[in-house]
Design a protein around this ligand. Structure first.
Ligand SMILES: [Zn+2]
Length: 95
């Protein structure tokens, strides 16, 4: 096991800090939310737990509108998040 300290990031939905590697990174480019698969895209990153509850909260509570202080395209965000829910969510991992 690698025991070096991993940077912690806070989930924008539940506000809990987790090691960066365990979270899904999103970034904003030209007013569009994108899934940053390589965690290397330019721009500020926003992190979310790979849990359905957190992902759904981001949509339901319009979290990005609040963070970015503007009206984002909610359909677009829903599409990106929906895709993550379908492919990356590890459910039942709550502790
Ligand atoms: Zn979370």
């Amino acid at each position: 096991m690698d025991v070096r300290r991993t940077p912690m990031r806070r989930c924008i939905a539940c506000m809990t800090s987790y090691p960066k590697d365990e979270l899904i990174r999103l970034t904003v480019k030209d007013e569009i939310i994108i899934r940053d698969g390589d965690k290397a895209a330019d721009g500020r990153g926003y992190y979310i737990c790979p849990r359905k509850a957190c992902l759904e909260k981001v949509i339901r509570k319009k979290v990005f509108n609040r963070i970015l202080r503007r009206n984002m395209n909610l359909n677009q965000i829903e599409e990106v998040i929906g895709n993550i829910v379908d492919t990356e969510v590890i459910d039942g991992k709550e502790d």
